[in-house]
Design a protein around this ligand. Sequence first.
Ligand SMILES: CC(C)(COP(=O)(O)OP(=O)(O)OC[C@H]1O[C@@H](n2cnc3c(N)ncnc32)[C@H](O)[C@@H]1OP(=O)(O)O)[C@@H](O)C(=O)NCCC(=O)NCCS
Length: 168
Amino acid sequence: MWIEAASAEHQRAFDEWGKCDRLEIKTCRPIIDGKRIPASHEAIVFAFLADGLEEPVGRFRYFDINPRNRSAEFGYTVNPIYRKQGMGTKMLITAINQIFSTTEINKLYCQTAAFNIASVRLLEKLCFCRDGILREHHELNGKLWDDYIYSILRSEWENRKFFNNKFT
Ligand SMILES: CC(C)(COP(=O)(O)OP(=O)(O)OC[C@H]1O[C@@H](n2cnc3c(N)ncnc32)[C@H](O)[C@@H]1OP(=O)(O)O)[C@@H](O)C(=O)NCCC(=O)NCCS
């Protein structure tokens, strides 16, 4: 056996093989008219505000909404002035409650670096499941760190004490 760069002729053969297998088996992405729909770059963004403060306390965004498996990825940032005061915890609880109560999304997931202690602590405090480790995936200062994928399912969240807690 040997390898070589695939030619246009090889590519045509690969395309023919592709027709033998259902696309749904090969991808978890949505499929419309027999075509895989790539991730959209659009995001839904929430700003978190508090009485008496001019600037938002934090931002939460979710994106790559996959209507087939009903998942979405999310990211979050707390205004640096208000970190370590419980704002991140309140913000995530509020955002997750909002998403699960107003959409059909079944799973929310995010990717965070192993060195990001605040983020890891926040997700574990909210009982997210660490689904996987992307080993040596995240370069920082010349070192390759692991990234973690965390997720929460609708069914898990609905059994948590945070479900539908309201924070103002
Ligand atoms: C991650 C982030 C959102 C946390 O927000 P926050 O408002 O500081 O979080 P909270 O105050 O609710 O703290 C959550 C938990 O993390 C802990 N924590 C927060 N900052 C920490 C730090 N720097 N070191 C260690 N623990 C920390 C808190 O003590 C708390 O745990 P506890 O309740 O057991 O004490 C904030 O640090 C941030 O915006 N970071 C930059 C953006 C980022 O990294 N986003 C995530 C990318 S996926």
